[in-house]
Design a protein around this ligand. Sequence first.
Ligand SMILES: [Zn+2]
Length: 501
Amino acid sequence: MCKDINATKEKFHHYIKQLQGLDYTSNIVFWDASTGAPKSGVEARSNAIGVISSFYHRIMTDSEFNACIDALAAVPDECDEITNALIRHYQREHNRVSKIPADEYEAFQAHITKSAAAWEDAKEAEAYDQFEPYLEKSVEMMKKFAEYRGYSGHPYNLFIDDYEPGMTVDQLDVFFETLKARLVPLLKKIIALPKPNTEFVTASYPVAKQQHLSETLLDLIGFKRDHGLFKESIHPFTMGVDIEDVRLTTHFYENDLLSAMLSTVHEGGHGIYEQNVDKRLRGTPIATGASNALHESQSRIYENNFFRNKAFIHHLYPILKETFAEQFKTVSEMDLYRAVNIVQPSLIRTEADELTYSLHILLRYELELALISGTLSVADLPKAWYDKMEQYLGVVPSNDGEGVLQDVHWAEALFGYFPTYALGSAYAAQLYHYMSKDLAIETLLAEGDFEPITKWLNDKVHQYGALYDPTVLIEKITGEPLNADYYCDYLEKKYTALYQL
Ligand SMILES: [Zn+2]
């Protein structure tokens, strides 16, 4: 048992160092696998990952480590705020599994592996019935786990709290009802109008030039490339292996001018967050974003609020016109702005535009909440999906592959994860609103001057890492909790002007 408090702290940090070392190693293996390691090495890689995970699990369940956590949790006044935040972090990690009987948790993990494989086949075959029994079992198990873990109010509170600490169903209901009431009618007005011509976007744009452009954009927004790596992968992602080593990827398509630029700036936003966490948090699991949604707010603010901003397009247009003189012969600045902000309801979430994206999330939130509440059966899920797609987006999938089976989340029982995507955009709009009280953002964007903008985010958001819960941090920065009106106001203002509604 840990007795002396300083010795306990020392021991606690020693365990963290080991956990972080293992985490670092598995991150590097994952990075390597995603950015060019040969497929033929997959067996050796998965063996290595298996060994690392078992060491990780061993430390997390080590009785001495847990005794340290309990001992320090009992004396918060004798611990600094970083130690207290770390204690909260590990207590949360434990709460996810420690109250669930070990054999049931193991069975759950085995089930998830099978469920993910069944989902892949079912998606390929566009056959929901192949996946249905697995989802049925996942919902049952998650409900049972909620009982073991204990919750207040709705069992879904537990699942959302796993990804967005402090958020509740009551808050989410208000949030999504606001989105539904304001964005669905806005979308209906826009889709009734003729579409702008965006043919130039799919002309041929040499990848070497696109790559140079992406690097220029990263430098411009303030991602420190000399403290990270920038490569190509199939699906763009960001990985902060250390504050001084943040890696990100994009994907280039020769016949798409915008895809790589948008994902570069998006991942750049994630990367800037990871690079600017206070060095006092370095080497701990809280040297990262405050939550999934806060992290997403930083990628979205660069991608949507800044890059897709009319003022920034004014800065970008001459650069593109010079880089792609031939392709841009007849393209005006307004053509570019319209193309970057086109609204086109689609069936697939990951291909959605800025306005329709959150409606895809609204639908998923309502459905998974109904599944957990028991008001919707797993068998009726596809029909409910079709109905809501029609109601919110005005498009209906022709099969379940492009409908209810499109995302991996439910196959992996990640209930509570989807809402964080929409919360990210809403946090971004709220932060932009408050930033505009301090900075002339649009003047800066038109000049391509991101320094004061990124500095504002460094000071207000990034430096704190995960020291505070997101609900606490947003109040600390803006003086109020998450408020969906900033997000809806922003979208209404932007699209009303763009489409002259
Ligand atoms: Zn992201």
